[in-house]
Design a protein around this ligand. Structure first.
Ligand code: SF4
Ligand code: SF4
Length: 189
């Protein structure tokens, strides 16, 4: 009998505590919003989506190296001597064409580790969170602004320049060898 009274008391106590909480929230302002008609402002520092200001990217690869899940894919091509790529807004000289800069947001874990090493502050999180997709492939965001034709052009130019430099080096070496042979011939006379 005593146990039943105790249990009954506990039940009523739980009901009153629960009702008390409900009543307290009943008189407080609502925390829900009518999304998508109403959108809340995200807190400062919220991590939602990565963005790259490609004009300021020097292709140093530091962000990709910092990424623990390898979701940043960068390809660069050295600019040939006749091209001046200028400077970033932070004053860093640009020497590489960024022919590919892909971020796979389906793999990203929003750790922000790629953001901090960037010397030109050109990779950062933006307050955009409505980018869900049915196909994961659509979550690979491409930031390089070079056309496929331009990429081929800059690659071919670099190959040509490298070949020319190698040829010049070879010729210089041949000249040196010939001069050495000449000198050796003179001393032998
Ligand atoms: S936020 Fe983290 S996981 Fe996402 S790209 Fe940057 S380093 Fe990689
Ligand atoms: S760290 Fe910054 S400058 Fe370097 S490759 Fe990444 S985004 Fe570009």
């Amino acid at each position: 009998m005593q146990t039943q009274i105790k249990e009954g008391f506990q039940t009523f106590k739980s009901i009153f505590i629960g009702m008390g909480i409900t009543l307290r929230h009943f008189f407080q302002p609502s925390v829900t919003i009518q999304y998508p008609e109403v959108r809340d402002v995200l807190p400062a520092g919220a991590r939602s989506k990565l963005f790259v200001n490609i004009d300021d990217c020097i292709g140093c690869n530091l962000c990709a190296r910092a990424c623990p899940v390898n979701c940043i894919d960068i390809e660069t091509v050295k600019a040939t001597a006749d091209i001046d790529l200028g400077k970033t807004s932070t004053g860093n000289p640009k020497r590489l064409w960024v022919t590919q800069f892909d971020i796979d947001m389906s793999k990203c874990m929003y750790c922000d580790l790629c953001v901090h090493p960037c010397p030109t502050n050109c990779i950062y999180m933006v307050q955009e969170y409505e980018y869900s997709e049915f196909d994961r492939k659509n979550l690979i965001f491409k930031f390089s602004d070079l056309t496929p034709d331009k990429v081929i052009e800059v690659k071919e130019k670099l190959v040509k320049e490298t070949e020319e430099k190698n040829r010049e080096k070879e010729l210089a070496q041949q000249k040196k060898d010939q001069e050495k042979e000449k000198d050796a011939g003179k001393t032998g006379e």
